[in-house]
Design a protein around this ligand. Structure first.
Ligand SMILES: Cc1cc2nc3c(=O)[nH]c(=O)nc-3n(C[C@H](O)[C@H](O)[C@H](O)COP(=O)(O)OP(=O)(O)OC[C@H]3O[C@@H](n4cnc5c(N)ncnc54)[C@H](O)[C@@H]3O)c2cc1C
Length: 477
């Protein structure tokens, strides 16, 4: 059937003005926040689970795959439309209502398009918040958080999204609607909720999500420590954790990032430092006081030149604004960036950061590091101008080397951004053929015809495909 017929039927199922197929609209939805592009046939904007189900059924009747999409801030190409036939992109941004808040049992049912920060803001007057706090929290959706099992600075203490999702209503690839998990602490049966969280849109579309709400900490202290070498800062990270302290957040920024952020946000970061650590401890006043002085002592013992404790909420907010604005700030250096996401054992921070620096400098690439140091979750950030001849190949090659270095250090492929298209051909660096087959069976159980977000996560050539440079043709722009 033709695309015109598809548009017509989707228009009947939803409403004609929420079905788009113009060239500009398709271009806007050809990729997420990564550099990986695809091609959509149609983009549609349902407003309810019923409409999502109807749209999915129309896709099935027309033999079209579909791609769930939230705010499109993903960095691994998860919401980039790929497929043998151009998929329909089903966008949840119009499903943005908080449906129910139970402050006694501390949970909320929300639609998937609710923005992460909007949820926390809406329940703050109850002394509650949604703990996962990606740096993109002003714009990313709870549905996207669930699909990517997203993390954030405060996930070191509070745990990533999977620890904060109780249940979800899902529209499966045949249009049927199921509920996975439940509000009860121990719902019966297999943990299908657990399987769905982190499935990157390959197992269906979440249309309602029950999230756990966490009390706001009664007391918070934020410390900013600066170091004259990255090595000292990395050793201090290991030192804090080795002392048995798990701060709420433990973030690192190197000189490249600090300089550009300071020029952009004026957060009060020391621009002559080789590295800055942002450490936050929270809890009851007495415990926070003890923890703050213990952390300060450890940071100084590892060579911190100065350790400041935020004087008030405004200074704390300025430091966090600086940290969370880093990816925007780097536009002052060059117009394009490639943000990596790998995890390594914390004890390998020093040597892996050295090697990552060498990988970039040997290719004349500008690289900054801003990352969740306490989790060992690196975010090497390569900054470049994609119009420069040959630069994309160098960026791509450096990215591949960074992945290999992290895996060789005993790490894993992704801490929070997911696999998407970006890392699917690297999957066999960490998973055996049997592992990959098992993942495929699970996915097939949810979507036997492979119509839900095809060509994501699993290597294209099956479990034996191991060439991580073989991204889809034209995928890099
Ligand atoms: C500046 C910046 C900073 C970032 N910082 C962080 C960070 O600190 N931590 C972190 O974890 N990530 C971070 N990210 C990555 C990104 O914001 C997260 O992955 C986020 O959760 C994606 O949400 P989204 O709504 O934009 O999802 P999209 O990009 O729209 O989609 C992401 C994936 O989820 C699927 N999906 C979306 N909605 C649904 C649904 N309702 N049902 C099923 N599948 C769905 C899509 O198919 C896709 O595979 C950052 C990104 C940017 C640009």
């Amino acid at each position: 059937m033709t695309t015109a017929a598809l548009v017509r039927d989707l228009g009947v199922a939803l409403a004609p003005d929420r079905v788009r197929a113009g060239a500009l609209e398709l271009a806007l939805y050809e990729r997420d926040a990564s550099m990986l592009t695809g091609q959509a046939s149609v983009v549609c904007f349902p407003t309810s689970a019923g409409e999502v189900s109807a749209a999915v059924r129309v896709c099935r009747d027309h033999g079209r795959p579909f791609v769930p999409r939230g705010s499109g801030t993903g960095l691994a190409g998860g919401a980039t439309p790929l497929g043998q036939v151009a998929p329909v992109v089903i966008v949840t941004t119009k499903m943005n209502k908080i449906l129910e808040v139970d402050s006694e049992q501390r949970f909320a049912w929300v639609e998937p398009g609710v923005l992460n920060l909007d949820l926390s803001t809406a329940v703050a007057h109850l002394g509650l918040h949604f703990a996962p706090d990606p740096s993109s929290q002003q714009s990313c959706s709870v549905g996207g958080n669930v699909a990517n099992n997203s993390g954030g600075p405060h996930c070191l203490l509070y745990g990533v999204t999977s620890a904060h999702v109780l249940a979800m209503e899902v529209v499966l690839a045949d249009g049927s609607v199921v509920v996975l998990g439940g509000i009860d602490p121990e719902p019966e049966g297999l943990d299908l909720r657990g399987a769905f969280v982190g499935s990157e849109g390959t197992m269906g579309i979440a249309t309602r999500i029950a999230v756990r709400l966490t009390p706001l900490p009664p007391c918070v202290a934020t410390l900013l420590a600066d170091f004259s070498t990255i090595h000292d800062a990395a050793a201090a990270v290991t030192g804090v954790i080795a002392a048995g302290i798990i701060p709420a957040a433990l973030e690192m920024m190197d000189a490249t990032i600090v300089e550009v952020v300071e020029a952009y946000v004026h957060a009060g970061f020391p621009t002559d430092a080789a590295a800055v650590l942002l450490v936050e401890v929270d809890g009851l006043r007495g415990g926070v006081d003890v923890c703050t002085s213990d952390v300060e002592a450890i940071l100084k013992a590892h060579g911190a030149r100065e350790v400041r404790v935020a004087a008030d909420a405004a200074e704390r907010a300025a430091w966090w604004k600086g940290r969370k604005s880093a990816f925007g700030a780097i536009a002052r250096i060059a117009p394009s960036y490639y943000l990596h996401d790998c995890v390594i054992p914390r004890t390998r921070l020093v040597d892996v950061l050295d090697e990552v620096g060498r990988i970039a400098s040997s290719r004349d690439l500008v690289l900054g590091n801003v990352f969740h140091a306490g989790d060992g979750n690196l975010h090497p950030l390569i900054v470049f101008d994609r119009r420069a001849p040959g630069v994309l190949e160098k960026v791509h090659e450096a990215g591949r080397k960074i992945i290999e270095t992290c895996v060789a250090a005993g790490g894993s492929l992704s801490g929070e951004h997911g696999i998407g298209i970006e890392k699917r051909e690297a999957m066999d660096l960490v998973f055996t053929e049997v592992d990959l087959e098992a993942q495929k069976w699970l996915r097939d159980a949810f979507d036997p015809e492979g119509r839900c977000n095809p060509e994501k996560i699993l290597p294209r050539g099956g479990s034996r495909c191991g060439d991580i440079s073989s991204l889809p043709p034209g995928a890099w722009v």
